[in-house]
Structures are given as C-alpha cells and as structure tokens.
Design a protein around this ligand. Structure first.
Ligand SMILES: [Zn+2]
Length: 142
C-alpha cells in the first residue's frame, strides 16, 4: 500500500501526461502528425519524438526550466538554493539540446505559456507547418 502522501508526491513527480503534454499531443493528432513516441530514450527524454525522422519536441514548464519569455523572478526565500537549482536545470536542458542536435536531431521547445488559450492557436499555426515539413507529412487542415 502506498500512503496517501507518498501517492500525492508520486503524482506530482510524474512527468508523463501532464495537461500541457496532453494538449500538445491532441493538437498533433488533429493535424495528422501521428506516429510519435513518448519520452524516447535520448538525451533529455523528449516528451514527444519521431525517432525515425529524428524530430523531438519538448514541452517545458516555465518555472522549472526558466522560460525566456516569462521572465520569472526568483522565489523570495532561499534565493541561493533556487538559483543553483535553476542554473543546473537550464544547463542540463542546453546540454541535452546540444547532444541531440549533434546527433542530427531537430529539436523544438514549447513553453507552457505558449499553450495558454490566447496564444495556443498562434503557437501551433507557426509550429505545425515546420514539423510537417521535417516529418515529410501532409498537414491535415483543422
Ligand atoms: Zn513561459
């Protein structure tokens, strides 16, 4: 038996199937860009990947990955701790991206804030044609 607290912690730590990821996958399916794999075992474990085409898509939370668009301030307490932690996350992301690109992958990063209601259509209007071209697929019209 897993205690209630442990269960909740485990839920919070679960990386797969977060709301933004589900949204992204629904959009990809609607556009006909299927055939992807989840958390493919390459650097950074991209949330969505087409291994045969070496196309990867990360769906990043703005807080943990320090979104360049949001310009988030640091938490008020334990500033040093957070700074080190965030720096490490950003460094790791950059290293993963570099490793993937060095191996011939095309890498896309979607930030959580780009999936908000007001901007999500714009985000995918930009991304989907690029993905379709890289995947050699026809975009299905919405
Ligand atoms: Zn953001």
């Amino acid at each position: 038996m897993v205690s209630e607290v442990t269960h909740r912690v485990m839920q919070a730590n679960k990386r797969k199937d977060t709301k933004p990821e589900l949204l992204v996958r629904a959009r990809l399916r609607a556009a006909g860009l299927t055939g992807y794999r989840l958390q493919w075992k390459v650097p950074g474990r991209p949330d969505v990947a087409w291994p045969g085409k070496k196309v990867a898509l990360f769906v990043n939370g703005c807080f943990w990955h320090r979104c360049p668009h949001c310009n988030l301030s640091l938490p008020k307490s334990n500033v040093e701790y957070w700074q080190v932690k965030f720096d490490r996350n950003v460094e790791r992301d950059a290293a993963n991206l570099e490793a993937l690109e060095a191996d011939g992958w095309k890498v896309h990063v979607l930030w959580e804030c780009q999936l908000k209601k007001k901007v999500v259509d714009e985000t995918f209007a930009e991304l989907l044609p690029i993905l379709a071209a890289e995947l050699g697929k026809e975009l299905r019209e919405g």
